[in-house]
Design a protein around this ligand. Sequence first.
Ligand code: PEP
Ligand code: MG
Length: 313
Amino acid sequence: LRGDEHRTRFEPALTLDGKRIEVVANIGKASEAENAVNAGGEGIGLMRTEFLFLERETPPDEEEQFQSYKTMVTALNGLPIIIRTLDIGGDKEVSYLNLPHEENPFLGERGIRLCLNWPELFLTQLRAIYRASKYGPIRIMFPMIATLDELEAAKRLAEKARIEVDAKPVEIGIMVEVPSVVSMAREFAQEVDFFSIGTNDLTQYVMAIDRGHPTLAGKADSLHPAILRMIDHVVKEATRAGIWTGVCGGLAGEPLGATILAGLGVKELSMVIPSIAAVKARIRSISMKQAGELAQKALSCRDNKQVRALILP
Ligand code: PEP
Ligand code: MG
């Protein structure tokens, strides 16, 4: 079967009843874009731009960033890429910003909060992304959004950067990884072109378990119905507003997770490169009706163990 998965990796992931799921890659380095395509990826669903900013003495300037983003877009040859703006803070530190020590960095100045407090850093990145968007289909995504105000401020800065470099508008989306966005999904859906659910952080913040905790992290299972019901709600609100939902957390790359997510109406699954071929094969082996039935069963479970005991169609 593994040989089969490999051979068919460039074919689209169509369910037995003909519904397409986009299977794309999470990458963290410009050079991985090509590997993603060779592995059957239909684009990049999450480009983590942190790589450009870590382990150095000064932040990369606009030109350096532009060259990196352009390299990726060019390697993708017309396939779409979602570039996520800087998500530092939390456990990812950068010495040159001289950030004050925080007791709880995962609940501190992280992701979009940091970027909004450092507008020049943010604008430089946005200008570089918009310049690269002239070379292929780029979408922009903001991490760690918690409030509508933050989204509005981020969009305002993006528009300023776009005008400064004279680029065309691109699709703008947000990571859904803070629980407040789930409750407010209806309002957020009016303001963006897509949602991408970050199940790693969403699970951490919903279960109140540090995602890297040495003994507890195993209990932070994204297949817990507490998380699946939130995903269900987000997809329903997105559909109602006419926008699409993807998932770029680890759940998207698991066979059971991918099947349940497809059954909940998620349109795009973004994952580590080695999972792509197997997830595509999995989607091809089921009907959307079967996936939907499995998803409904999962939603009615009492805990993650019951979900994990469900038999895959
Ligand atoms: C997530 O939180 O699920 C996610 C995909 O983002 P990251 O792992 O980079 O925080
Ligand atoms: Mg995250």
